[in-house]
Design a protein around this ligand. Structure first.
Ligand code: 5AD
Ligand code: SF4
Length: 445
């Protein structure tokens, strides 16, 4: 292990997909600097922990991870803490964990090479600035990709200030990346072998920019432009806010075949009183209206969402309202969490914080319902013929795993196929979390 002049690095990303994207950009930048990625099982000289601050458990994980990085000889690699914990806790991290060499926030990671140079001299290097110049202008262009699917951050930050959420503080104000940069980056990804792009943003559907003719465009316009890229077969986007769900974006789902039939639209709670206390600025009805309109243009659409149980003041009746919305929305897939008080957010000082046992019980009931809906959705696929894009190898010999347009994993045994192939399969069995298929036999001509 050579911590004083690192050559081999490893980037570990936690939390959301935007962190995965940032992690990839950091890796590409380190490779550009002449370093190389440590193989599985190989010691790294530099470890970047790309952290998540959204809930307390996620944020605490970084400290146990740092502890684990110390080798048997008591030495650790050069350690950089990046991501939202870095932004939120800054200097505090190197006080709590002295073996940390670098602390770098999500808007400053393009400066990682300089920070590494400083750390090489034995000094602590901390950068949690939110500089006016965009990191995207400095990062190297996208290269050949290892996978057929890629993320592309189009929008970052959040101005919504939901009262439980740290994102507006850790990721900063809402910004949209410019049109041309995105079209170019998408083209570079496709040139590098990518067939599916997921557009990312904390409020991805709030993205807006002038196009190359000076016309103001929304996310639907960007999706239409990317749809024109030869070789890009699938487009997805996440995460959307109900208030930014425009009619034009909904309509695009009925018009652009490459736009996949999947919408991740968090509601958080089914009680209007709680939504108000959360500062969500939508109601359960306005949310359900969006889903109904979406199903009009794309009847097969898979709906996904996020939920928080046990927000301060949530009564049994409020929670029952959440279950009622879930029953009405009928999710293909969803994420649900216990409310976690985050330092500096308004909800931490609200009255009526909910007892942990109450949260546990509510989460169990909500997840039981959501799991049942997910299983039912999967069962609908039985006997269906669909395309899947093969993304990775499975555990069995000759097994590959791909995704349906509705984002379900499908396992197939097909030794003659490879990752990156788009295959026509028929679904033969459905489990709660994944499907099994086989290649559709071609009809004789
Ligand atoms: N506690 C629990 N869950 C949270 N989320 C955001 N902040 C908190 C919090 N303080 C959830 C929301 C959001 C998802 C990314 O994480 O459901 O949509
Ligand atoms: Fe957080 Fe709300 Fe912004 Fe989503 S919309 S990132 S939950 S503040």
């Amino acid at each position: 292990m050579n911590r004083s002049n690192p050559k081999k690095f490893r980037v570990k990303s936690f939390g959301c997909q935007m962190n995965v994207y940032d992690g990839e950009r950091m890796s590409e930048m380190l490779v550009d600097q002449g370093m190389s990625s440590a193989a599985d099982g190989e010691d790294a000289d530099l470890v970047v922990l790309n952290t998540c601050h959204i809930r307390e458990k996620a944020a605490e994980k970084v400290y146990s991870d740092i502890g684990r990085l110390r080798g048997k000889d008591g030495k650790s690699p050069m350690i950089a803490v990046a991501g939202c914990v870095a932004q939120a806790e800054g200097k505090e991290i190197s006080r709590r964990a002295p073996s940390v060499d670098i602390v770098v926030g999500p808007q400053a990671y393009h400066r990682l090479p300089e920070l590494i140079e400083r750390a090489k001299t034995g000094k602590k290097a901390i950068d949690t600035d939110m500089p006016a110049a965009s990191k995207f202008d400095i990062l190297p262009t996208r290269k050949k990709q290892a996978r057929p699917t890629a993320f592309l951050t189009v929008q970052e930050g959040c101005d919504k200030f939901c009262t439980y959420c740290v994102v507006p503080y850790t990721r900063g104000a809402e910004i949209s990346r410019p049109w041309a940069d995105l079209v170019n980056e998408a083209q570079a990804l496709v040139d590098g072998g990518v067939k599916e792009i997921t557009l990312l943003g904390q409020n991805v559907n709030a993205w807006t920019s002038e196009d190359d003719k000076g016309k103001l465009q929304g996310l639907d316009g960007l999706i239409r432009a990317l749809d024109g890229i030869d070789g890009l077969e699938r487009i997805r986007y996440t995460t959307s806010h109900p208030n930014d769900m425009t009619e034009a974006l909904i309509a695009a789902h009925g018009e652009i075949p490459a736009l996949m039939p999947y919408l991740h639209l968090p509601v958080q709670s089914g009680s209007d009183r709680i939504l108000k206390a959360m500062n969500r600025s939508h109601t359960t009805q306005s949310y359900l209206d969006i889903l109904a309109r979406m199903r009009e243009v794309r009847p097969d659409i898979a709906i996904s969402g996020d939920f928080i149980v046990g927000f301060p003041g949530e009564t049994d009746a409020d929670f029952e309202d959440t279950l009622a919305v879930v029953r009405e929305a009928n999710y293909a897939q969803a994420y649900s969490f216990k409310y976690s008080p985050r330092p500096g957010t308004p909800a931490t000082v609200m009255d009526d914080q909910i007892a942990p046992e109450v949260m546990d019980e509510r989460l169990q009931r909500l997840q039981a319902l959501l799991n049942e809906q997910q299983y039912d959705f999967n069962k609908l696929a039985l006997g269906r013929r669909t395309d899947i894009l093969l993304e990775r190898n499975g555990k069995l010999d000759g097994q590959l795993v791909g995704k349906t347009p509705w984002l379900q994993s499908v396992h197939i045994i097909a030794p003659e196929l490879a990752i990156g192939d788009m295959v026509d399969v028929t679904i033969e069995s459905a489990g709660p979390n994944s499907l099994q298929g086989k290649m559709t036999r071609r009809e004789a001509a």
